[in-house]
Write a protein that binds this ligand. Structure first.
Ligand code: CMC
Length: 392
């Protein structure tokens, strides 16, 4: 027996203390190590933000170069892992492949299992950040029947990812620096978000002392759901299904109808009750990228903007404080870059790996770390005697 606080969905439970990310949901503020996301997304680069999240301070030029070199040297995956990929059906969702392959890293890099050694934790962190783009790109290449493309160490993190996704042996692939910059910004906007469901999953899995690669695989599995990272794929599919601005009111009505399970994807957030600051930057980036590509009249973007406008004037959305979130505009940019919707959540996963790993490291360094073990309110039968099968 015992008295427990009942908090389904953990709406009011702080499960840890953390010095990494701060969110003020009422004011729409997001900071990493004290720096506002608006400044990081526009003035910094993803690997610089990764360094900040991992080590607590912005790197000096030398620290950044050393960090980039270190990450770059770990971008290859064990050659044997390609057979693991080849075991999947080609029509597997890339997230399904990623859950398996990232978990399987634990079978290839045994020295990272000794998490009590800070040196080993460090190597595991670098390996994960470096290998996620390679794994995500391989999952994509496999799904479309193209040969795997090895990483290129002369390219930066985002450009290398685009190269591994879009290059083919028959033709050189030119990575447009402006597209690479947009990719980098998408990564930065997804890097960390305090104790969201997947990060909490990683922390809970790791609280037992589990293998770091297996913990990140658990985070990927959680992220996949449409209420979380899977919303970016679901959102673009919804915008395509709506198709024209004339059909928006029909979908708004569906979203408000409590007897209909449909929700506006890319809308609403557990913490943000004003606006999601990432969504604003994402919308600006969508405008920039589409203008650059000369497709600013993209019908999906038109539907998205009109949907946002109508929803933000609607009593239901105002009263429930539902605003576009990070997943609302990201898919439009990713589609314009050339990704199929099935790659949207893997891209979220590769970027969020930095956050997961930073929080994993922070947790392991906490001298008060205890295994995560929630309690329950038991609602079942009270004590009763077993009845033999012939008497039932
Ligand atoms: N469309 C219509 N109604 C909504 C929506 C929506 N997108 N989101 C919330 N509501 C309603 C909900 O029905 C509930 O109404 P009532 O109080 O009458 O029952 C009220 O608003 C509060 O919603 P909730 O489900 O209790 O809130 P939550 O904090 O548990 O859920 C959420 C947050 C993000 C899961 C939810 O808003 C949602 O399902 N949104 C759509 C999926 C989505 O875009 N997810 C991405 C989240 S952000 C980035 C990420 O994690 O990947």
């Amino acid at each position: 027996a015992g008295v427990f606080t009942y908090d389904p969905g953990f709406t009011s439970t702080a499960a840890c203390d953390s010095a990494i990310t701060f969110i003020d949901g009422d004011q729409g503020i997001l900071t990493h190590r004290g720096y506002p996301i608006e400044q990081l997304a526009t003035q910094s680069r993803f690997l610089e933000v990764a360094y900040l999240l991992l080590y607590g301070e912005l790197p000096t030029p030398k620290q950044l170069t050393d960090f980039e070199t270190l990450v770059t040297r770990h971008t290859m995956i064990h050659e044997q892992m390609q057979y693991f990929f080849r075991g999947f059906r080609r029509d597997a969702h890339p997230m399904a492949t990623m859950v398996g392959v990232v978990g399987a890293l634990s079978a290839f890099y045994h020295d990272s299992t000794d998490i009590n050694d800070p040196q080993h934790r460090e190597v595991a962190s670098i390996r994960l950040i470096a290998k996620m783009p390679t794994i995500a790109a391989m999952a994509y290449k496999y799904s479309i029947g193209q040969p795997f493309v090895y990483p290129r160490n002369d390219l930066d993190y985002a450009a290398n990812f685009l190269h591994m996704c879009f290059a083919v042996p028959a033709e050189p692939y030119h990575v447009d620096p402006i597209i690479a910059r947009a990719m980098d910004r998408i990564f930065t906007l997804h890097a960390d978000h305090e104790q969201n469901a997947s990060t909490s999953t990683v922390r809970l899995a790791s609280s037992s002392g589990a293998n770091p690669f297996a913990c990140i695989a658990a985070g990927i599995a959680c992220l996949w759901g449409p209420a979380h990272g899977g919303a970016n794929q679901a959102c673009l599919e919804m915008l395509r299904e709506i198709g024209t601005v004339e059909r928006i009111p029909e979908y708004i009505a569906k979203a408000k109808d409590k007897s209909d399970p449909f929700r506006l994807m890319g809308f609403g957030h557990r913490v943000y009750k004003n606006f999601d600051p990432r969504a604003k930057i994402m919308q600006q980036t969508a405008d920039e990228v589409l203008a650059l590509l000369g497709i600013e009249n993209n019908p999906t973007l038109q539907v998205a903007k009109e949907l946002e406008r109508i929803a933000l004037q609607d009593e239901y959305f105002i009263e429930k404080k539902l605003y576009p979130n990070v997943d609302f505009y990201s898919g439009i940019i990713l589609e314009a870059i050339g990704f199929p919707t099935s790659m949207f959540t893997p891209i979220f996963a590769l970027a969020r790996t930095v956050g997961w790993i930073s929080q994993w490291k922070e947790q392991l360094a906490d001298p008060q770390l205890k295994i995560g073990r929630p309690r329950q309110l038991y609602m079942g039968e009270s004590l009763r005697d077993y009845v033999s099968i012939d008497k039932r």
